[in-house]
Design a protein around this ligand. Structure first.
Ligand SMILES: *[C@@H]1O[C@H](CO)[C@@H](O)[C@H](O)[C@H]1NC(C)=O
Ligand SMILES: *[C@@H]1O[C@H](CO)[C@@H](O)[C@H](O)[C@H]1NC(C)=O
Length: 348
């Protein structure tokens, strides 16, 4: 009897709480959605069905982030399985240097969780391969692709970020040197516009090509600079990161503060991954700045996803303002990153 009434009180309490205050329990939402991501996980290949190679790196990163904020999660075997199956093909399977960067960051995150050297070694191998893409055509920067057709922002931002992350996790000074060298090149390359937004890449004359300001190109550089400031003990990088993050929020959010990329329908399997990467990196900037506006941005987006962009099985679609359309491992893991980002700053 006592048990039953306690149960009823708990039920009633939950009801009043959620109805009365519109409470968002970011952590439990992130937990439900990270479990839902496993719907697409292919145990035999170690990657996620229905999406691309680099997208799987983002799925793995999301699971590792989740494990990091919620020790009751159980994704360590998944991380290990993906590494074991793919570790010998990590560099050969990537035709693009940015793919190597995504995977390197995923394995660095797994290393942070486990301190297992295998993860760090794999990240270092990936970095070394990326460094082979350093170009002389535009006085530096790494190519996007191993065929050397395009010098773009994302590959270089990732190169900077991976270098900065490795600098503080290894004793090898080369990583800090590379991170600084990459930043010095990036800063003068013209990729960052006068508005502090980052365009997609350079044209054949090494000038900003004016191509789309994608959300992920605003995000990876922000996280990279935060990490570089830690590795170099130089706060000036944070100032630049903040300018870029705010320029992106002003440029890419709607009147409700919800993030959009310029294409939200039929834009292929890459664009669907972008936005969560921005939020993930904004959460890193928040931990370095405690800027309340950044926290509000993260919360607004997590709330909108949960309310407007979800099906009954907690699968998450492409358009964070809704309505929910359909989900795959890419749209889902991207939105999941935004839920995790909000959960990670809650209470801080
Ligand atoms: C993934 O795809 C493979 C091959 O089509 C299939 O055998 C497997 O059941 C799928 N797994 C999941 C989790 O969807
Ligand atoms: C800066 O923003 C304005 C207004 O959105 C835009 O018209 C202009 O092209 C941007 N400038 C650069 C260099 O991107």
């Amino acid at each position: 009897m006592a048990r039953l009434s306690n149960y009823l009180l708990t039920l009633l309490g939950t009801f009043v709480f959620t109805q009365g205050t519109q409470a968002y329990d970011y952590l439990s939402h992130a937990r439900s959605s990270s479990d839902a991501l496993m719907h697409w996980y292919n145990q035999g290949t170690g990657v996620f069905n229905g999406t691309g190679w680099w997208n799987s790196a983002e799925c793995i990163t999301a699971l590792a982030d989740m494990q990091g904020i919620d020790p009751t999660s159980n994704f360590q075997d998944t991380l290990r399985n993906t590494l074991e199956i793919n570790k010998n093909v990590m560099t050969t399977k990537s035709d693009f240097y940015d793919d190597e960067g995504w995977w390197a960051l995923a394995w660095i995150k797994a290393y942070d969780l486990t301190h297992d050297q295998d993860y760090l070694n794999t990240a270092e191998q990936l970095f070394d391969d990326m460094a082979k893409g350093w170009s002389i055509d535009c006085k530096g920067g790494i190519w996007w692709d191993k065929d050397h057709t395009y010098l773009n922002s994302i590959a270089n931002e990732l190169f900077l970020s991976v270098a900065a992350h490795l600098a503080s996790r290894t004793r090898n000074i080369k990583y800090l040197d590379w991170a600084i060298k990459e930043w010095q090149w990036f800063e003068q390359s013209g990729l960052i516009s006068k508005n502090n937004t980052v365009n997609d890449g350079l044209d054949g004359s090494c000038r900003n090509n004016g191509y789309t300001v994608w959300s992920y190109n605003q995000g990876v550089i922000v996280g990279g600079l935060v990490e570089l400031s830690k590795a170099s003990f130089d706060d000036s990088y944070i100032v630049i990161a903040r300018d870029i993050a705010w320029a992106a929020i002003e440029t890419l959010t709607d009147s409700n503060g919800v993030l959009h990329d310029s294409c939200e329908r039929g834009c292929g399997g890459d664009v669907s991954q972008f936005k969560g990467i921005f939020n993930r990196n904004v959460a890193q900037l928040y931990t370095a700045t405690s800027d309340p506006g950044l926290k509000k941005f993260l919360e607004t987006n997590a709330q909108s996803i949960w309310k407007n962009d979800r099906d009954s099985q907690n699968r998450l679609g492409l358009k964070w303002s809704g309505p929910y359309d359909k989900a795959d491992a890419s749209t889902h893991s991207s939105a999941l990153m935004a839920l995790i980002a909000a959960a990670s700053v809650q209470g801080s």
